[in-house]
Design a protein around this ligand. Structure first.
Ligand code: ATR
Length: 268
């Protein structure tokens, strides 16, 4: 039987993961099947769908909104980075039949920035905007690249403080982001989903080496257009992160590291 993979989510119709994984499989010179599975938004429905999938021959799966926490609770064992992220986006069926949960989102971001966009994070000051699940997932992979400093800033400061404590980094409120110089800004808020700009001082963008938005769409997000107008040297949306997280999942499942650059180019 052709190796079976899937992504669980709700909604899921617009997921690009099947196309991305088909391109990775072509690079590997093998055939896989990768399905989109729509699941009712409940813990029980998610668990039942995952169990069915693995009982009927599934080898690995991705998990997207809104199931990453449920997946975290469901697995038999967790990677260190999934533990730090508090969320699971990748399920791996182990030889002993157990289910392992990993989180490849943060590595996906870092591989896009460092490997694809060729921007080193070493000795840089990185500002992460947002303190929800998306932000939590990228802190550890960013720290692994030996930045000088990582600051987490959030509209609601208390959430930034809580997250910063976990990773021993600095926390700030959006309102206090003045007179600081940073090299790289990562928008990990869900603001761009709704086309929102963030209430941060325009001056923080000036002269930054890279401003990154985890969101992506047909056009550059409003946030990135604004960052560019305010003097960011380079801006990038989250398509590369999407392909990057998929590549790391593929590696975990199949022991083959895909080249993300041609896949990002094809997806544009
Ligand atoms: P996710 O899992 O995508 O991170 P989340 O856990 O709901 O989603 O977190 C959403 C994040 O986006 C939060 O940091 C939120 O800020 P608050 O904690 O202040 O609510 C941030 N966010 C969403 N919309 C925003 C907006 N318009 N301006 C600023 N921050 C916003």
């Amino acid at each position: 039987m052709t190796a079976q993979y899937a992504v669980f989510g709700n909604p899921i119709a617009h997921s690009k993961s099947p196309e991305i994984h088909a391109q990775f499989a072509a690079q590997q010179g093998e055939l896989i099947e990768y399905h989109k599975i729509l699941v009712d938004d409940s813990r029980d429905a998610f668990q039942a769908a995952v169990r069915d999938f693995f009982a009927s021959g599934g080898r690995g799966a991705n998990v997207t909104v809104p199931f990453k926490q449920y997946a975290f609770d469901l697995v038999d064992e967790l990677s260190e980075r999934a533990q730090a992220a508090g969320a699971v986006n990748t399920l791996i069926l182990l030889e002993n039949g157990k289910l392992r949960g990993d989180n490849t989102d943060g590595v996906g971001l870092v591989n896009d920035v460092v490997g694809n966009l060729k921007i080193s994070l070493q000795n840089k000051t990185i500002l992460i905007l947002g303190a929800g699940g998306a932000a939590r997932g990228v802190v550890m992979p960013i720290l692994s690249k030996q930045p000088e400093k990582v600051i987490i800033a959030n509209r609601t400061e208390s959430k930034a403080i809580e997250l910063a404590k976990q990773f021993k980094i600095q926390a700030m409120a959006f309102a206090d982001l003045r007179d600081i110089r940073v090299d790289v800004i990562v928008n990990a808020t869900s603001g761009s989903l709704n086309g929102h700009l963030l209430a941060v001082d325009d001056a923080i963008f000036a002269g930054t080496e890279l401003v990154y938005d985890m969101m992506y769409g047909r056009e550059l997000t409003k946030f990135l257009c604004h960052a560019r107008e305010c003097g960011a040297q380079q801006v990038a949306d989250g398509l590369g992160m999407l392909v990057g997280q998929a590549a790391e999942s593929f590696r975990l499942w199949r022991g083959f590291t895909p080249d993300i650059a041609p896949v990002i180019a094809a997806m544009r």
